[in-house]
Write a protein of this length. Structure first.
Length: 241
C-alpha cells in the first residue's frame, strides 16, 4: 500500500478504537472480541482493551459470559468491532479492497457462520496453520465497517474508491475512442482506386471510391457488411461499364 493508504487504514482503526460503548453489555461484548492474546497491538487498541476490562470489573461483569447466540444485535456489533481490531486487517493495495481476519483454525468456520448470519457472508480457509476469513468485495467491506461504527475514515475510503472507478471508466472510454479513430484513419487510407471514363478525353483515369468502404471495414454487423458490399459492387459496375 502507499503511505496515504496506510494512513487511511490507521485512521480508520483509530476511529473504531475510539468508540466508547454506552451499554455495559456492549463493553463486555467488545472486550470478549478483543481477547487477551493479541501481540503487537496498536497503542489505541491496547488502551481500549485496558479501558473495557476496567469497565467490566467496575460493572461486575464476567468477561467469559458473552454468548453470541443469545446476544442482542448491538452486542454482536460490539463483539465484531473488537474482533476486527484484534484479528482483522484491511488492505487497499492496487486499488483493491481486501479485509481478512486471521484466527485459530477452529474459530474460522464459526466466525464465517456468524458473519453469514448477519447478512455478510465471507469465505474462509486454512493458511499456514491459521484460519483466514476473507472479504474481497469493496461493497461487503464497506457494509461491515459501517456496521461496526466506522464513519469519517470510511467516507474518505469510499470517496477514493469512487474517484478510482471514475478514472478507470474515463481511461476506458478514451482508449476505446482512440482505437476507433485509429481504425477510421487506417480505413481512410485503403479506399481502393477504380477506373472511370474522362468526360473530355474519353480516356480512363484513376479515381478513389467514395469511402463507403470505410464503413464496410469498420462495420461488425454481418447484415450491414452484406449491404455495403452489394452497394460497393453496384457502384464499381456503374463506373466500369
Amino acid at each position: 500500500m502507499t503511505s496515504s493508504e496506510r494512513d487511511l487504514v490507521t485512521a480508520l482503526r483509530n476511529e473504531l478504537a475510539g468508540i466508547d460503548p454506552a451499554r455495559p453489555c456492549d463493553r463486555l461484548a467488545e472486550a470478549v472480541g478483543l481477547g487477551s492474546d493479541v501481540p503487537n497491538r496498536e497503542p489505541a487498541v491496547t488502551r481500549l482493551a485496558y479501558r473495557l476490562r476496567r469497565a467490566a470489573e467496575v460493572d461486575g461483569s464476567d468477561v467469559a459470559a458473552f454468548d453470541w447466540d443469545t446476544a442482542a444485535d448491538h452486542c454482536r456489533t460490539a463483539w465484531l468491532r473488537g474482533r476486527f481490531l484484534a484479528r482483522g486487517s484491511l488492505s487497499l493495495a492496487g486499488g483493491r479492497t481486501h479485509l481478512e481476519f486471521v484466527v485459530t483454525p477452529d474459530e474460522a468456520p464459526t466466525l464465517a457462520t456468524r458473519l453469514e448470519g448477519i447478512g455478510l457472508p465471507a469465505s474462509w480457509r486454512i493458511r499456514r496453520g491459521r484460519g483466514v476469513v476473507t472479504w474481497k468485495s469493496g461493497e461487503s467491506v464497506g457494509m461491515f465497517l459501517r456496521r461496526i461504527g466506522a464513519a469519517g475514515a470510511l467516507l474518505e475510503l469510499e470517496a477514493r474508491q469512487v474517484s478510482r472507478a471514475l478514472r478507470g471508466e474515463l481511461n476506458r472510454v478514451l482508449n476505446a475512442e482512440s482505437a476507433n479513430l485509429q481504425r477510421a484513419v487506417a480505413a481512410a487510407g485503403v479506399c481502393r482506386p477504380v477506373k472511370r471514363m474522362s468526360a473530355r478525353s474519353g480516356s480512363r483515369v484513376m479515381s478513389p471510391v467514395p469511402c463507403t468502404s470505410i464503413n464496410f471495414l469498420n462495420s461488425r454487423d454481418g447484415r450491414v457488411r452484406g449491404e455495403l458490399a452489394a452497394q460497393l459492387e453496384t457502384f464499381d459496375k456503374s463506373l466500369t461499364n
